[in-house]
Design a protein around this ligand. Structure first.
Ligand code: SF4
Length: 508
């Protein structure tokens, strides 16, 4: 059991049984918890109340985020789990009640654990908070690397179980799709448990090693450099080979007669490329392997791999297919580089028009360094994606479709631990949030298996009443602080997140 102060919400949850056992009814598992023990998820425990009788408590504190009035002012946490707030009526414009530590109600028709009424910027506002249990959730992992991690669609394994797959690569990043309802529920019990554990660790910003079938071993951690086959990535490429040729064409000119930027997707050849033509560069007559897409842009010059530019190339001269003696000349200065500048080779053609590796002249080295300078640090990003359009809406309103429509209409703001969520268009409330913007210790799990994540709905009080909200369960923020302040934890509002309550004009 954790040592965090319990939040007193025993009237909502749990049923006392014989021998001091309490049955937790916060999720479908319905744990029977003995005195002094925690339930299967460690989120609830059986602890003695003031009267000595067993009671169910949430083991983590409710997290309140505070911001100072006025922009630029220092942020001051107002609560350290103290009683000094008991009964105090104070202006609370700068307090946001998150769902972290709020608990879960089950079955779905029960009102959410906290329905907080407050006044922000002169607008009566309601924030409905609950720790949602998400069977329908997954992660999108964006891994800033050119290196080939595995074929699109390849299985991603953890402890021998499939927990996801490689999905469409993005510009300079490889992408994994992890978790999701099929791996949580559609395979073996072990597959579901391993998937849930991996997702939970990643959401908690911890490192997780996965293996791509037929590909690489990758260590993922939100906000950290990806580690591919034991090597930490440092640079995210400046662009594809064609882009790199275009960006640096002027800086190459005068120092080089030809530049080939090796890339798994689009290899660029400067003098053939429009950039070289615009600079009136003389055709060099060096032809590379692969399929010519447009002038100076070649696809499939090699196979994907962990070599130069995400290809399997270790010796870049391999991609030279032919040198045209009508166009090329002895002494021609040639640079081959990867899209990050980490790999680069300078050559000159000899009398037989064969490339000969030479020490890189200073002017060329400067531009190769400039390519590296323009690379961003390689990071792993983890986005949590879930459907909040299901049953947890009933904890907000008795007529859930009204909530869905108002969320879709932008009148209800959805946050996760105060962090902004991107809402996908179309039906339902399908949201996506960057786990790095969500406060620490926000995620949990239940052994169904499913992830537990905080979710808050913030809207005007009159709108909440109009859409059939559980207004009779609303608690004024001051009353909540008085009643639960001792079991709450104040944290400073993360400066990078927009304040979610009643911005300009009073719209939530
Ligand atoms: S798994 Fe957790 S939330 Fe579910 S019943 Fe057990 S203690 Fe309660």
């Amino acid at each position: 059991m954790t040592g965090a102060p319990p939040t007193d919400r025993t009237s909502v949850f749990g049923a006392a049984e014989a021998d001091g056992i309490v049955r937790c009814d916060a999720c479908p598992v319905l744990c029977r918890i003995r005195p002094g023990r925690a339930g299967a998820c460690h989120r609830y425990a059986n602890e003695p109340g003031p009267d000595g009788r067993s009671r169910l408590v949430r083991t983590d504190p409710l997290v309140l985020l505070t911001r100072a009035a006025g922009s630029g002012a220092p942020l001051v946490p107002f609560l350290d789990g103290s009683e000094e707030w008991a009964g105090e009526l104070a202006p609370r414009d700068g307090v946001f009640v998150t769902a972290i530590g709020a608990g879960t109600t089950y079955p779905d028709y029960k009102p959410a654990p906290f329905i907080v009424a407050s006044r922000h910027a002169g607008v009566d506002t309601v924030t409905v908070v609950t720790e949602g249990i998400f069977s329908y959730c997954g992660l999108k992992a964006k891994i800033d690397t050119d290196r080939h991690l595995g074929a699109e669609g390849a299985r991603v394994l953890r402890d021998g179980e499939q927990i996801g797959h490689v999905t469409t690569a993005e510009y300079g990043s490889q992408m994994l799709s992890l978790g999701g309802v099929r791996h949580l529920t559609g395979g073996s019990k072990r597959e579901g448990a391993v998937t849930c554990a991996a997702m939970l660790a990643l959401c908690r910003k911890q490192a997780v090693e996965v293996v791509v079938e037929g590909g690489a071993r990758v260590v993922l951690q939100a906000g950290a450099a990806p580690v591919v086959n034991g090597v930490a990535e440092t640079r995210m490429r400046v662009g594809c080979g064609s882009a790199a040729v275009g960006i640096f064409a002027q800086q190459f000119q005068g120092h080089l007669d030809e530049v080939i930027v090796v890339d798994d997707h689009i290899t660029g050849v400067l003098t053939e490329h429009q950039a070289g033509k615009c600079l009136s560069m003389r055709p060099a007559g060096i032809r590379v392997r692969g399929r010519r897409s447009t002038p100076g842009r070649y696809f499939q010059v090699a196979h994907p791999g962990a070599g130069w530019g995400g290809t399997d190339i270790r010796d870049p001269l391999e991609i030279l297919e032919a040198v045209d003696p009508e166009l090329a000349w002895p002494g021609l200065r040639l640079l081959l580089t990867s899209t990050t500048g980490e790999d680069a080779l300078y050559c000159e053609l000899d009398e037989a028009l064969r490339p000969v590796a030479m020490p890189m002249p200073e002017g060329v080295a400067r531009t190769v360094a400039r390519i590296g300078e323009n690379c961003e640090p390689a990071l792993t990003s983890i986005l949590f994606m879930a459907g909040a359009g299901g049953s947890l809406r009933a904890g907000v309103t008795e007529n859930p479709i009204l909530l869905t429509r108002r969320v879709q209409g932008g009148e209800v703001r959805v946050t996760m631990g105060g962090a902004p969520c991107h809402r996908w268009p179309g039906g339902g409330i399908t949201i996506m949030a960057d786990v790095l913007r969500i406060p620490d210790n926000a995620f949990g799990h239940v052994p169904t298996p499913a992830l537990v994540a905080p979710i808050e709905f913030t809207l005007r009080a009159d709108l909440y009443a109009a859409l059939g909200g559980h207004v009779e369960h609303a608690l004024a923020l001051e009353a909540l602080l008085a009643r639960h302040g001792g079991g709450a934890q104040g944290r400073a509002w993360p400066a990078e997140n927009p304040w979610p309550v009643a911005p300009e004009g009073g719209r939530t």
